[in-house]
Design a protein around this ligand. Structure first.
Ligand code: SF4
Ligand code: SF4
Length: 336
């Protein structure tokens, strides 16, 4: 494992951390073996945004005896409804779910408390008001050590990291989202010494599918892209099982040739033109649409497409999209 200093937190963090999203609804034995494999490999950063009780309990079991060696990140505003992920801005509910996290993990504090998944201007005002105050209270009470902000929209991420109390940014870093705007954000994090944790290194898995743009991209290239961006301290891939995590850990043993992503990046830029990769680099939307999620719902016929009806065809997203996606036409197709 390789380590670095996580920005102004001063903490030593492993370059590869563990995302836990794809451990949801897998057996306890699987969760425990993935987490233990990670810890044995020297991983010391675990992100746990999902509030599903079984997952929290299983991770609690897996970290027993090793809590002091790892940083655990939780998310204020991530809750659960009928087994599904639920983002909420209800203060009481959000607070309850952080206490639930502490209880289920059998720990006294979490290391990072993220203001969770804020991509819209009106939401930003709410989040940086009452929510921020609640998060600061957790720090004051010794139940969280550092504060973070998680989102997908470059302009709001800039605004968030301008707050001195925001120690860490959790942001998608992948080849699909490679743009001058994203690079500017990463450089701003580096300049402010803000910790930068890279999520969605595989573009939600889409980058690893050959048919995405007729370009074959490897997991190792995705990891190297994320870890090579300025300011990125740690990447948090989310494996489903030990076999997937072993492939991720192979990163440290691969040759520079296998890690080299420059050629596929160029091919991807050409091949993916016009195709949405759900990266949300087109946000914020004045109509408060989660554009990536809505397009994904329209294209895959899963999830809610109700927001498509709110599109005013203003074109702001089209100007920002690095892939020339005709968002307005896709939103219209979702209104039928
Ligand atoms: S429209 Fe473009 S910027 Fe927006 S989510 Fe799709 S690919 Fe990303
Ligand atoms: S065109 Fe539609 S989806 Fe795009 S920013 Fe405007 S309102 Fe939002």
């Amino acid at each position: 494992m390789e380590y670095t200093t996580l920005g102004k937190t001063g903490q030593t963090v492993s370059r590869i951390g563990l995302g836990t999203e794809y451990l949801i609804n897998t057996p306890r034995a699987n969760v425990v073996s993935v987490v233990k494999t990670a810890l044995d490999a020297g991983v010391n950063y675990i992100d746990l945004f999902f509030a599903q009780p079984e997952l929290r309990e299983n991770i609690g079991i897996a970290i027993q005896g090793g809590r002091d060696k790892i940083m655990i990140a939780g998310h204020l505003g991530a809750a659960e409804k009928k087994g599904q992920y639920w983002r909420t801005r209800n203060l009481k509910i959000s607070e309850t779910y952080i206490h639930d996290l502490l209880n289920k993990l059998k720990i006294d504090y979490i290391d990072v408390l993220f203001l969770h998944n804020c991509d819209k201007e009106n939401d930003f005002i709410k989040v940086m008001g009452d929510f921020f105050n609640l998060a600061k209270r957790f720090v004051h009470e010794g139940k969280a050590r550092f504060l973070g902000f998680s989102n997908h929209a470059v302009p709001l991420a800039h605004k968030a990291i301008a707050h001195d109390e925001i120690d860490i940014l959790l942001f998608p870093v992948n080849m699909a989202g490679a743009s001058a705007d994203a690079q500017g954000l990463f450089r701003a994090c580096a300049a402010r010494n803000t910790g930068l944790i890279a999520m969605k290194a595989f573009g939600g898995g889409k980058l690893l599918k050959k048919e995405t743009a007729g370009v074959v991209i490897s997991l190792i290239q995705c990891l190297n892209f994320a870890l090579s961006q300025p300011g990125v301290h740690c990447v948090v891939p989310g494996p489903k099982n030990v076999s997937e995590f072993s492939e991720i850990l192979r990163y440290f043993k691969t040759s520079p040739h296998e890690k080299d992503y420059a050629r596929v990046l160029q091919e991807l830029k050409t091949g993916v033109q016009g195709e949405c990769v759900y990266c949300n680099h087109c946000l914020p939307c004045p109509a408060a649409i989660d554009i990536g999620a809505t397009i994904r719902a329209i294209e895959t016929r899963t999830g809610s497409i109700a927001d498509a009806a709110s599109c005013t065809a203003c074109g702001a997203c089209v100007e920002r999209c690095p892939f020339g996606v005709d968002v307005i036409a896709i939103m219209k197709s979702g209104q039928r």
